[in-house]
Structures are given as structure tokens and as C-alpha cells.
Design a protein around this ligand. Structure first.
Ligand code: ADP
Ligand code: ASP
Ligand code: MG
Length: 411
């Protein structure tokens, strides 16, 4: 008998029927003799609906109150799941994140877990309960409720698996595993049997919604095997695990699309030391996460700086940037929300050349203009017009031969 952490996402608990299905799967696990900690998300699109509700009241909601609001979604699911388990004759108890000692920093709406005191979970498990924990939430030292960023229930599950030393963290969702691209965009996307933490981390950071990026980071740090699978069938899923040499035989493992970012450009920035530091310090002070940054030295006394931020943070980002731009005597600030970022990821890129040119060529053949480029050891990303996003994913998926069973490279 071992301890299994199982997480069920919003789509898996979207309505009472789905919720009962989850209760049946947890009941199966209990019947096999395992202890189980279950992490649950808010039902269906509840979190989005709550965000819309806040927008109907104000366009600048306090982040503390946002967390008070959003944390309610998961509390509904855990209570209902516990009830459904009781009906199945399974002893179960539900808890909020704060009730089970999930302690975070004070950064509302995207807090980081700093500590988990799992004593209460351990006690409830010893008493024979299936323990149901609300995902996506924790509390600060001052007992303020926080949330862990979108998709944060994955993080709750992986962090609990790490603390409880569970041999596996199962992530149940509405697809059969991690695919070479979002199967909703690319019809012949292939399910991967296994993927490395680093590849999954890049794919998740670059828009593959199936796992929250920070949860993969924590999984890697504490070496938690993560199994992504469907809550609607018993097909084997995708194991996210440590990198092994054979993974390098695949040039590209997946293509990701992110349509949640906006591009900010500051024109006429004085070209002297310390200016960029001042601008980006202001953004950091306001907890605005900046993604791609481009600045080019020109022959003039000024330069232009472009960077991308989350669309959900654009109001805060623009207010901060405009103030910072004025302070350094830059000319103007402009914002483009009609962008998308398309990326290819694979550890095989480390040891093979020519990947970037193949990517740019595939985009060019589809008349897709590249606005920004960034690379790391195992990924290449291009910012393109938003309207071209899906075509770009399909074109790259095809160009790198991901649709058929992936071929191992010869050289
Ligand atoms: P949950 O509600 O279970 O947390 P999410 O909606 O957060 O589920 O994540 C699952 C979705 O992620 C899938 O329905 C799929 O459309 C999307 N997705 C994006 N990229 C990928 C990928 N590479 N592999 C699998 N799913 C992906
Ligand atoms: N309900 C939260 C969200 O939609 C957390 C999660 O589903 O993981 O982002
Ligand atoms: Mg999710």
C-alpha cells in the first residue's frame, strides 16, 4: 500500500456527473488499498466566471480581495467531492489550503509556496480518510488567503506529493496526456509516453496549458514523478521524469502557443548605462513578470526597448512603464495586444544545429512575419501576429515531422 496524490482539474469536476466520476476513481484507488490525497480545482470555468464577476464591479480590483474571491471556487469542489465519496461509502474529509498548512509569500494572485506543514493531512490519513485538499490556495504568515497563479492546483498537488514523499503525483485532466502540440489545435498531435522535466517546463512556460510551469519546477526540484492522464478513461498517460540520454534523439518534442501576452515598446530611450535597469526595476517592484526583452544598439543617442508581459497584467504594466519612461525621459510607450508566441522545444536541440533556420523557413513559407525571437538551450520562440498563431503551430508541427510516430534521428 502506498500514498498516491491525485489531482483533478476543472474539466474533470465540471458538473455533478463528472464529480461522481472522480469520486468513483478515488474509490477505486482506495479499494486497491492505497492511501490517497486528492487535490481538486474549481468546477469547470468557475475561476474565469469569478474573474468576470470582479470585472463587472471594477476594472481595478484589489489583489487581496481577488484572492478572497477566487479561493471560493475550489472550496465548493472539495466539499462536494467529500460528499460524493461519503455516498460511495469511503471515509473522506475536505480541507482548504490554509487548513492544511500551505504557507505562501505575500504576493497575492501568484503567491509562491514557502512551506507546508502537512501534520493535519498525515493525521487525517492515519485516521483512514481520503484527504481532499482545495488546490490553488494557501495563506500568508498573517493568515491572509493567497492563490498560486492560474493552473495553481497542479502546484498544490506536486508540492504535497513532495512533502508527503508520495511515489507519484497523478494529474487527471481532459486529454490523455502531454501531446506534441495542443490536440485542440493540431488534429494529428501525438501523445508522448515520457517527457523530461526540462522539456515540460519549457512547454508549460511557453503556453502548453496542460501543466502549470511552476508545478513542473517543483516536481524537478524534489524529483516527483508526475503522471498526466485522463479522468475520463484508463489510457496510460505521459510520465514527466528525469532526462535520459535517449531523449536527445528527438530534435523537437513539442510545439506550444501562447496567446496571453502583449508587447510593450518604449521608443526613444536614452542609450546610456542604467536606464534599462531603472525601467525594469520599477516593473519588478510592482510584481509585473516580464518575458521576452529586445533592445538593439543603434547609431543614434536613443534606442527602443520591446518586451512582453501577461495580458492580464497589461493595465498595471502600462501604468508602471509610462511612469518609468517619463522618469528616464524616453519618448513614447506603445502596446500591441495582437500578438502570439509560438515555440518549439526539445533537449535534442542542444546537440543539433540548423533548427532555427528550419523554424524560420516553415514560418516564411506560410507567410508568417516574425516580430521577436528568443532562444534558450532547448527552445526557440517567435512572436508573431495573433491571427497567425494556430497556422504557425500546425506548420511547425508538420515541418518537424511530429505528426507521425516521431522518428529517431540518424546522425
Ligand atoms: P485542467 O482543467 O484539467 O487543469 P487544463 O485546461 O488546464 O486542464 O489543461 C488541459 C488542456 O491543455 C487540454 O484540454 C489541451 O487543450 C491543453 N493543452 C495545451 N497544450 C497541450 C499539450 N501539449 N498536450 C496536452 N494538452 C495540451
Ligand atoms: N481554478 C484555478 C484556475 O482555473 C486553478 C486550477 O484550475 O488549477 O486557474
Ligand atoms: Mg490546469
Amino acid at each position: 500500500m502506498s500514498l498516491i496524490v491525485q489531482k483533478f482539474g476543472g474539466s474533470s469536476v465540471a458538473n455533478p456527473e463528472r464529480l461522481k466520476n472522480v469520486a468513483n476513481r478515488v474509490t477505486e484507488t482506495r479499494k486497491k488499498g492505497h492511501s490517497v490525497v486528492v487535490v481538486v480545482s474549481a468546477m469547470g470555468d468557475k475561476t474565469d466566471e469569478l474573474i468576470e464577476l470582479s470585472k463587472a464591479v471594477t476594472d481595478k480590483p484589489s489583489e487581496r480581495e481577488m484572492d478572497m474571491l477566487l479561493a471560493t471556487g475550489e472550496q465548493v469542489s472539495v466539499a462536494l467531492l467529500a460528499m460524493a465519496l461519503h455516498k460511495n461509502g469511503v471515509k473522506a474529509i475536505s480541507f482548504t489550503g490554509p487548513q492544511v498548512g500551505i504557507m505562501t509569500d505575500r504576493v497575492h494572485t501568484k503567491a509562491r509556496i514557502v512551506n507546508i506543514n502537512a501534520d493535519r493531512i498525515r493525521k487525517a490519513l492515519r485516521e483512514g480518510n481520503a484527504v481532499i485538499v482545495a488546490g490553488f490556495q494557501g495563506q500568508t504568515e498573517d493568515h491572509e488567503i493567497t492563490t498560486l497563479g492560474r493552473g495553481g492546483s497542479d502546484l498544490t498537488a506536486v508540492a504535497l506529493a513532495a512533502v508527503l514523499k508520495a511515489p507519484v503525483c497523478e494529474i487527471y485532466t481532459d486529454v490523455d496526456g502531454v501531446y506534441t502540440a495542443d490536440p485542440r489545435i493540431v488534429g494529428d498531435a501525438q501523445k508522448l509516453d515520457v517527457i523530461s522535466y526540462d522539456e515540460m517546463l519549457e512547454l508549460a512556460s511557453l503556453g502548453a496549458q496542460v501543466m502549470q510551469a511552476r508545478s513542473v519546477e517543483v516536481g524537478k526540484k524534489y524529483n516527483v514523478p508526475i503522471l498526466v492522464r485522463s479522468s475520463l478513461n484508463h489510457t496510460e498517460g505521459t510520465l514527466i521524469t528525469k532526462e535520459v540520454k535517449a531523449m536527445e534523439n528527438f530534435l523537437v518534442r513539442g510545439v506550444a502557443l501562447n496567446t496571453n501576452e502583449a508587447k510593450v515598446t518604449i521608443y526613444g530611450v536614452p542609450d546610456k548605462p542604467g536606464v534599462a535597469a531603472r525601467i525594469f526595476k520599477k516593473l519588478a517592484d510592482h510584481n509585473v513578470n516580464v518575458d521576452m526583452i529586445i533592445q538593439n544598439k543603434t547609431n543614434k543617442a536613443t534606442t527602443d526597448i520591446s518586451f512582453t508581459v501577461l495580458q492580464s497584467e497589461i493595465v498595471k504594466a502600462l501604468a508602471t512603464v509610462k511612469a518609468a519612461a517619463a522618469a528616464v525621459r524616453a519618448e513614447t510607450v506603445d502596446c500591441d495586444e495582437n500578438i502570439a508566441k509560438v515555440s518549439i522545444v526539445g533537449v535534442g536541440m542542444r546537440s543539433h544545429s540548423g533548427v532555427a533556420s528550419r523554424m524560420f523557413d516553415a514560418l516564411a513559407k506560410n507567410k508568417i512575419n516574425i516580430e521577436m525571437i528568443s532562444t534558450s538551450e532547448i527552445k526557440i520562440s517567435c512572436v508573431i501576429p495573433k491571427a497567425c498563431g494556430k497556422d504557425a503551430v500546425s506548420a511547425l508541427h508538420k515541418a518537424f515531422g511530429l505528426g507521425k510516430a516521431q522518428k529517431v534521428m540518424k546522425e
